[in-house]
Each structure stands twice: as C-alpha cells, then as structure tokens.
Ligand binder design. Structure first.
Ligand code: DLL
Length: 431
C-alpha cells in the first residue's frame, strides 16, 4: 500500500486523528474565513464547542453558491502568496468557481491519487497516459501529480485528438489510461477501427469525472482489454482522488484522513444512518488553501463502513447515482441548463426562450442537442438566415460550455408547454 499506516489505520485511531484535525481546522477557519465565522456566530457556536467528529453535525453547511458569492479568492484561508496553484470549474451562470492549493495541498492531493495507482498495481515501471483535460479542470493535473508521485512515466497527452492519442498509446507503450469513462469507450472503439487494439499494452484505466454504470465498465474492459477503475472527486474539495476504487472494485475508499464524508437527507438536512442513500457532504480537515466545512456536493450516494477485503479501513462510497441539482455531466463536462438559457437570451431577437435540451448516449458517446423555437419573423425568413442563427448559437454555446451541441431551430410553438415547471431537459441516458 502507498501509505499503509494511514490506509489501514484501525477505525478508532482514524477517528481520533479526524477529531484532532477537525478541531484544528475549525479554529483555523474561524480566524481566517469571515463567512465561516459569521455562520458559526449565527448558530451561537464557538470553535471550542467542537470537541471532535461527534460534533460535526452541529457545524454550518457550505454551498457552491458561496464560491460564486466570494469569487475569486474570498474564501481562501491562506494569504495569496502561499497559494501555489488555482483550479476552477464552471458555475451555473458561466461565472467560474475558483479553488486554491498550497504546496502542501498539492502534495496531499498527489498522495491520494498515488494511493489509488499503487492499490491497482501500478508503480515506477508503468507508463501512465493522462488523457483528462489539462488546465483549470482538475482531471489532467490531478492524475499527473499522482502518477509522478509513484515514480511512473507520465504521458501528458491531455484530451482530444483521438487518432494521435491512440498512436501515442501504442508507440509509447502506455500501460494505464486516465480519462473520462465515455472517452475511454470511444478510444476503445476507435482503436478497434484503426486496428490498433493488438498493439496496445494497456492493463488498467482510471476513469471518473462523470457517472458510469457497471455495464459501461464491462464494455470498456472488453474493448480495451484492461481492468477499469472508478475515481471520484470534485473541484471544490480537491479533484480526482477524494475517493477511489481499490483492486476489488467494490466501492470507492474515501481518503478519510483528509476528508470526512456524511450522508444527509437533502430536505430535512439530518445525517442519515450508514447505508442509506442521500446527499454526500464533505469536510476537508487537512486542506490549507481552500478548506470547506460540510460542503454539500449535491451528489447522491451511500456509504459503506464494512471492512474491505483489501484491508483498507477507510469508508467506501457507492457510485454516485445522480444529483440533487440540475447539473448535467456531458462528455465529462459540467453543464448547467441556466448557462444555455443565458446564451439563448443573449442571442435574443430571432429566437424565443422556449428550448429543450436532449441528452442521449449513442455508441457509448454522449449526444447533446438543443431545440430552440424560432420567432414568427425568423420562421418566415429564408433558410440561410435560419442557418446563420443556428451557427451563431452553436458558436456562443461552445464558447461558454467548452463542448459543442447540435442546435436545431424548430417551428414556433412546437415545443410542448408545461403547466408546471418547464421540462427543459430530456436525459435519455441510462446510468
Ligand atoms: O470531475 C474531478 C474529477 C476529475 C474526478 C477526474 C474524477 C476524475 P468537477 O468537474 O468539479 O470535478 O465535477 C465534479 O463530477 O460532483 C460528480 O457529480 C461528478 N463526478 C466526479 N467523479 C465521478 C465519478 C471532477 N467517479 C462532479 N462518478 C461531482 C460519478 C462523478 N460522478
């Protein structure tokens, strides 16, 4: 094991460590993060009221909206000169959310990913191809850090350019692939088509950033002739490696010495008993740059404290089974319907605000289409003007979302009106 002492720590010891770290984190944040102090004061809580993890439930929640309200650096708990790197992710209105890492945070992150890589049998003899996007998205640099930490040879291809990815994979002898599961499947198919499957040396894949099913796992394993492992994370907490599957592929071990998970009922906000399904909440107890207390992830899943066959004592979370908000994950990219609405409103004039987003999975790749109603004026205009408007919307959407969508202008009043909440999203994918 990469950090055997921590990964197999008896639960009592682990919980004592968590309690100590939680106490320190609460004190530190109370002094350094005004919003946290304000929320503690509102509840009449002082840091001394938090004696250990038994008091976790008393602490105030934090939300994605907080990151938007305090954009970009308002929630950092370290002076900016101590921030070594920032990452970001999309917010509902196109405004990014920003998180900062000190060098120690980056080291801890690399350790989390290294724990997983080591758990699935990788070491310094491996060639790890990182085909997650590099940049503000945490996937690329997150996987990269872990691969370097175990001393493997990193092949930082980033995402896209499929033919080149495959040629690199074959020529450089990549033994592990890191990317979104949907891209892995696409690569598997493209490898078959290019007749390259036999020349690949891949043995494992580390896939996450979007929900994927057991069927999809089997499909990827068959196509790429590998074992496919799940990795979970989110920008706000750390990026990939918050939790990961071990060699038994039976739930993802949360790096509990750094992150304390809870499952709550999203309506009553009560903490739910072990095994029950609800919203996942995280408290970061070692992060320096951008710590969060009781962050509501909006991911729905459950926790399993049973001891794993691998010997690790850290709790396992089941595959997230959806979200409590309207965020869609399309080809690994987070998309909020409100971002689309904003673009459509900006285009204005020729189109009406009636639209429908249709997401499906065809040949194992997400499809993403948007039907938008034309105004009566545009409808009576010539086809060239209609096509030009479609192109404008498509380009603007790509700029804002980072992925392209099929845009179809449809006849006025052809999208069914709803009597209640408009059904804007039709997600036909079966996860
Ligand atoms: O997706 C971080 C990441 C990169 C994880 C690479 C794994 C691999 P965000 O872009 O902030 O961060 O999106 C976070 O993606 O709240 C989940 O809804 C979803 N998600 C991430 N991993 C998984 C997974 C990265 N393994 C959001 N299974 C999270 C299901 C996942 N959903």
């Amino acid at each position: 094991m990469w950090q055997e002492k921590i990964e197999t720590m008896p639960r009592e010891e682990l919980e004592a460590l968590q309690s100590e770290r939680l106490r320190n984190q609460v004190k530190r944040m109370y002094e350094r993060v005004p919003l946290f102090k304000e929320r503690m004061d509102e509840k009449g809580l002082s840091p001394d009221d938090i004696r250990g993890i038994e008091d976790l439930h008393k602490l105030p929640f934090s939300y994605k909206q907080d990151l938007r309200d305090y954009y970009p650096y308002g929630l950092f708990a370290e002076p900016l000169e101590n921030i070594a790197r920032v990452h970001a992710s999309s917010g509902t209105t196109g405004k990014k959310i920003v998180v900062g890492y000190t060098q120690k945070d980056l080291d801890d992150w690399a350790d989390c990913v290294a724990r997983m890589m080591y758990a699935i049998g990788l070491d310094n003899r491996d060639f790890i191809q990182v085909s997650y996007g590099y940049g503000l998205f945490t996937g690329g640099l997150g996987a990269h850090g872990g691969a370097e930490r175990i001393g493997a040879t990193v092949i930082p291809t980033s995402s896209g350019n499929t033919a080149n990815q495959l040629q690199t994979m074959a020529d450089f002898g990549s033994t592990c692939l890191c990317c979104t599961p949907s891209y892995a499947l696409y690569l598997g198919e493209a490898a078959e088509e290019a007749g390259l499957t036999d020349s690949l040396k891949l043995k494992a894949g580390i896939f996450g950033a979007e929900p994927w099913s057991e069927d999809m796992r089997r499909e990827i394993e068959k196509k790429l002739r590998i074992k496919a492992y799940d990795i979970y994370g989110l920008s706000e907490i750390m990026g990939p490696g918050v939790s990961y599957e071990c060699e038994y592929q039976a739930g993802m071990h949360v790096c509990e010495d750094m992150f304390i998970p809870e499952i709550i009922d999203p309506d009553t906000l009560e903490v739910l008993p072990e095994g029950e399904k609800g919203e996942l909440v995280f408290t970061t107890i070692t992060k320096e740059g951008f710590p969060l207390i009781r962050y509501r992830t909006r991911d729905i899943c459950s926790l399993n404290y049973e001891k794993c066959k691998c010997g690790r004592t850290h709790v396992r979370m089941n595959k997230p089974q959806g979200r409590t908000d309207d965020m869609l994950i399309i080809r690994g990219v987070n998309v909020f319907p409100s971002q689309i609405e904003e673009v459509l409103l900006k285009v204005g004039g020729d189109i009406t605000p009636n639209y429908q987003i249709i997401v499906d999975r065809v040949n194992n790749t997400d499809t993403f289409d948007i039907n938008v109603e034309m105004s009566e004026e545009l409808f009576s205009d010539d086809i060239k003007t209609i096509e030009k408007t479609e192109r404008t919307i498509k380009e603007k959407l790509r700029e804002v979302l980072g992925i392209s969508a099929g845009v179809h202008l449809v006849n006025p009043k052809s999208i069914t009106r709803s009597e209640g909440k408009a059904k804007r999203v039709i997600d036909k994918r079966k996860i």
